[in-house]
Ligand binder design. Structure first.
Ligand SMILES: [Zn+2]
Length: 116
C-alpha cells in the first residue's frame, strides 16, 4: 500500500461579498461560498495522508480572514476563480500535497483550480 496514491477531501464554507463593477456590471453582493480542498499523496506509515482535523483547522483559520469581508479589499479581481486560487495557495503553504480546490458561489456555479 505504501506506494499507492490516495486523495482526501475536506470541505468548508464562509460568507463574503464582492462586486465586479467594471466587467460584469455587478454591484456588491454576498455569497455563501462553499469549497473543498483535495490533498493527494502516498500514505504515511500510519496509513493516512494527513489528519483531517489539521486540514479542517487550517480551513477555519483561512475562513476567519474572509468571513463577512468585502473581498475587493483582499483581492484586486475577486472572482470565484481568483478566490479559489487565493485559498488554494494558503492551503498549499501548509500542506504541499494540496492539488485541487473547487469553490462554489452558489449551488450550480463553481470554479475549480487543479495542479497539472
Ligand atoms: Zn458574485
Amino acid at each position: 500500500m505504501q506506494n499507492k496514491i490516495f486523495s482526501i477531501t475536506v470541505s468548508s464554507a464562509f460568507s463574503a461579498e464582492h462586486s465586479h463593477d467594471k466587467t460584469l456590471n455587478e454591484a456588491i453582493h454576498r455569497h455563501d461560498f462553499k469549497y473543498e480542498i483535495t490533498l493527494r499523496a502516498p500514505l504515511n506509515e500510519e496509513g493516512y495522508i494527513e489528519d483531517f482535523r489539521k486540514v479542517e483547522n487550517l480551513l477555519k483559520e483561512i475562513n476567519s480572514k474572509l468571513e463577512g469581508r468585502n473581498l475587493n479589499e483582499i483581492l484586486p479581481l475577486p472572482t470565484t476563480e481568483n478566490l479559489a486560487y487565493h485559498i488554494f495557495r494558503e492551503v498549499k503553504k501548509v500542506f504541499p500535497s494540496a492539488v485541487k480546490i473547487t469553490l462554489r458561489e452558489k449551488e450550480n456555479y463553481s470554479a475549480t483550480y487543479e495542479e497539472s
